[in-house]
Design a protein around this ligand. Sequence first.
Ligand code: GLA
Length: 688
Amino acid sequence: MISAKLPKIFYGGDYNPEQWPEAVWAEDVKLMREAGVNLVSVGIFSWARLQPNERTYDWGWFDRVLDLLAANGILACVATATASPPAWMSTKYPDVLAVDAEGKPYYPGARQHYSPCSPTYRRLAAALVTRMAKRYAKHPALAAWHINNEYGCHMSECHGEASTRAWRGWLKNRYGTLEALNAAWGTAFWSQHYYSWEEILTPRRAPYHPNPTQQVDFKRFMSDAFLELCTMERDILRAATPEVPITTNFMGFFKPLDHWRWAREIDFTAWDSYPDPATGHAAEAAAACGHDLTRSLKKERPFVLMEQVTSQVNWRPTNLLKRPGVMRLWSLQAVARGADGVMFFQWRASQGGAEKFHGAMVPHGGTAESRVWREVKALGADLARLEPVVGSRIQARVAITVDWNAWWGVELDSRPGRINYAATVAEFHRYFFERNIAVDFVHPGADLGDYDLVVAPALYLLAKNDAVNLEKFVARGGVLFTTYFSGVADENDRIVLGGYPGYLRRVLGLWVEEWSPMMEGETNRVRFAKTTAKDGVKGPTRVATCSHWCEVVHLEGARALATFAEDFFAGGPALTANAFGQGAAYYLATKLDAPELARVLDGVCARAKVGPVMASVPKDVEVSLRERDGARFLFLMNHGAKAARVRLAGVGAGAGAKFAGVDLLTGERVGRAVTVAALGVRVIEVGT
Ligand code: GLA
């Protein structure tokens, strides 16, 4: 459970009362009650209203908002308001402004223009948060703290003076000596040797590729610099209210922040999910991927879907709305995948400002005739019925590795070809999503004891310890599946010499001599040998198309399950399996299209003995199981346009398992099979 004060599914949204006359607030709380709202995030962009100048704070209106909420039984996730500094601040102290790689400042007038390293920003943010924490520590409405907002979202790099100074400090801390830095960065190349710390700059506008290790380190540094802001605020809040849980809202696969480092500093994870309705079924796959990541970042506690939209956003070139029923379906999908909170941006649609065309729980036209409002109210009622689910967890036996260092490294300039890291990870996630196999994300260095199968796509940059961790996982009986261009460089983006994939060479039983990316539209073919279940990939001889990347692989104990059929690569291994210790390690030296990859992964899952909860689920029906103290909650979500009939029968190790029970949403008792309406959801408490 996230908060003992609110043992329910959180339901509400960003509430920005400062945009409205106080007369509207009374209507707000009345409508919140009508919709079943139990929590709102307040104050996210309130700094200018809370502090008119450096010496004056204006808490009166904020007191009244919190009092009003408390009087109406609505709790608050109180935001620290530090995401958008007031204009007076940069007028008085221009050093708070962030500076881009060309040396140009970001000016106020939008939001998030501050430099994370500005001592002035830090001082004023700390002063605000200290007062806020003290003032509201005992307020009955306070249920959680929301630090800042979407750190790094619009501005994730600062090259100003304070940032450059802090960067040098960070480097001293990492390397200790200039010799160590010069060695790690490979500054013997292009006459880049540094003789004093003052010579070192952030990677700014340069005539050609800046030093790659400097670039990777700068990403690490910036992620840490923003994190320092977050922990600074957290420490102030924690000192005032040790029992109140603290979060900040993430954005799923967001490249600038190393989320593994971040998640351990907060009490519960939260994210903002805006899948594009224009992308069809890819939208729910993308949302599932973000939910699984946010849940995995802090496995021990449920997460919160902190923001989504009721209808349409305003920041894409074309902003399709969610059709009737989709908002409910996607909200319950978040719960199905581990969320204990469903929130929106925002409560009431703004009249002015840059987000007035962004959907909200209360639309411009009011509530009476509004489809959105009807759906908002119905969702509140549904979530109240799901109270028994609170605190339950998802038990995955499969994990996909995600490492921000690998992401930063693989997408730099000066690589052999383009690899889109997040898209590659998402392709693998989609297989498990479509097969309804529960999947977590993990850091490659994490404890892998919970898993039977670990998929490690494009782990280009891989620290030795992490490679050893993966090797141990296999030695102890795990199944590892990794892909081309993995293990190539160490954590300093220096090639691991002696044959790729470096420290993974032994566990994979092969080495890679060279590679070639393929041009857009170019293909090769892969010939699969006839295989049996024993090989992990069962099937007759077949030929499939591959694209994107080809490698020259030499076997050192591994067996080729498939070979390239064309070009200079013909006859060389394209897919290999290596028995290692008690387990097995697979290597895919190219990119297969989705159906072919699915066939391969079917075999790998069979080898690892992992599978879905239930057999023969109709297409477009998503299945998820949450569990707690023997209680089990089966979620069936129909993303299709037609009603689907689902047989409630277990599969694999769970064969014979029955999922009869009570549908928490309808109270209906269901037995052997159940119909899930188009865009419908069933949440069956199994065994009741
Ligand atoms: C983000 C921000 C919100 C708002 C929404 C709009 O998630 O956190 O303040 O701008 O986007 O979609």
